[in-house]
Design a protein around this ligand. Structure first.
Ligand code: ADP
Ligand code: MG
Length: 401
């Protein structure tokens, strides 16, 4: 287990805090500050305990060179506004510029360093660059779960040089994920949907060995249905993955994982908002139609199972939710899960870029036990991978002897 802020005295220490400041910026202004708000507990705690807080982050993809438009300066300003006190900024994350800025800090001050990806050593995890970062701090705290699937200098390399700890956001994320898949209350159900089997192969293969019930929806379900011999008309599906889909079903059967595939689907001849739709059984999909959402009987069948389920983990919208009315099943299921969660009947954890958008549109993104905004890191964790940025928090410093 990773050590946390409960395990260290930070007063008077220079704390190098790896955050994820990779927020949407438009015309030099932060367009969505959600990620910054979620960092507040850690930054406030460190500052109130008298640490010198030195924030480290990547921003976008400058590929190892200085790109003025990808400066973290406007993000540092937004961070200061949310924090309600001045946040200093250093125009480089290593070298004299950064060292001078750090030397000027008083206990409780907060400093943001410039984009780590302005240096090629960041993504290369160059040991010299990691050492230059480490030189700026006495302690390393990682609060960027969303970047923890990458072994970069600011997520992995630096932790080998300093005593390392999980920040509060990282801690909450690890706790939620542990409760959902590491050591869950059973039975545990996973809902996996979205567009493609190909992008979720490892995830499906891992989940069938770990969960009791696996619900497959979205366009991904079309591939499974087609593999089983159903005619899916013009639906999005992956014909080259039929054998793979059948293999997954076989593994599930061997492992005692019950698979729930759609019984009915919502079809349309045109994929556009407000297109005329029809609900059909999966054995009656018209040749000229596309399945764009799972049907009401399918959602009902799963909602009826909810009372027996203790833990739910959800990745992938059940339909083409961006286009109405193909958001209907996702919304119905989201409401039912939110309700069961609020009543304390189930632990629910969701994640994935489009999943977060869909649950926001459904208006339930505050009602799950935990909704991960970590994207790629969340998916890799669902695949059963050990994330280098997390692993190093429990091993890191002691590794060096
Ligand atoms: P996440 O980003 O949460 O991991 P994915 O990227 O795998 O999710 O899948 C989301 C996408 O899947 C959405 O763009 C959605 O429109 C699409 N999708 C879901 N069901 C269907 C369907 N039946 N037909 C076409 N697209 C679908
Ligand atoms: Mg996506």
């Amino acid at each position: 287990m990773s050590r946390t802020l409960d395990d260290v005295n930070v007063a008077g220490q220079r704390v190098l805090l790896r955050a994820d400041l990779n927020v949407p910026v438009q015309d030099g202004r932060v367009a969505d500050a959600t990620r910054l708000e979620r960092l507040m507990p850690t930054i406030r705690e460190l500052s109130e305990k008298g640490a010198k807080v030195i924030v480290l982050s990547h921003f976008d993809r400058p590929k190892g060179i200085f790109v003025p438009e990808l400066s973290l300066k406007p993000v540092a300003e937004a961070l200061g506004r949310i924090l309600g006190k001045p946040v200093a900024f250093a125009a480089d994350c290593v070298g004299a510029e950064a060292e001078n800025a750090v030397a000027g800090l008083n206990n409780g001050d907060v400093l943001v360093l410039e984009n780590t990806r302005f240096h090629a050593g960041e993504e290369a995890n160059d040991p010299a660059f990691a050492a230059a970062l480490a030189k700026l701090g006495d302690i390393f705290v990682n609060d960027a779960f969303s970047a923890a699937h990458r072994a970069h200098a600011s997520t992995e390399g630096v932790a080998k040089h300093l005593p390392s700890f999980a920040g509060r956001l990282m801690q909450a994320e690890l706790h939620a994920l542990e409760a959902a898949l590491g050591n869950p209350q059973r039975p545990v159900a996973a809902i996996v949907a979205g567009s493609k089997v190909s992008t979720k192969l490892e995830l499906l293969n891992n989940l069938v060995t770990k969960v009791d019930i696996l619900v497959i929806g979205g366009a991904m379900a079309n591939t499974f249905l087609a593999a089983q011999g159903y005619n899916v008309g013009k639906s999005l599906q992956e014909a080259d993955l039929h054998a793979t889909a059948l293999e997954i079903l076989k593994t599930a059967a061997a492992k005692g994982c019950e698979i729930l595939l759609p019984q009915d689907v919502v079809v349309a001849e045109k994929f556009e908002a407000g297109a005329p739709t029809q609900v059909v059984k999966v054995n009656a999909i018209p040749a000229n139609a596309m399945a764009l959402d799972v049907g009401p009987a399918t959602v009902d069948a799963f909602i009826k199972r909810l009372p027996e389920i203790k833990t739910i983990i959800w990745n992938g919208p059940l339909g083409a939710f961006e286009t109405k009315p193909f958001d209907a099943s996702t919304n119905t299921l989201a409401s039912a899960i939110a309700q069961a969660t609020k009543e304390g009947k189930v632990i629910s954890v969701g994640g994935g870029g489009d999943t977060v958008s869909a649950l926001k549109l459904a208006g339930v993104h505050h009602d799950l036990t935990y909704l991960s905004s970590a994207g790629g890191a969340f998916l890799e964790w669902m695949e059963g991978k050990i994330l280098p940025g997390v692993e190093v928090l429990s091993k890191g410093f002691s590794n060096l002897g």
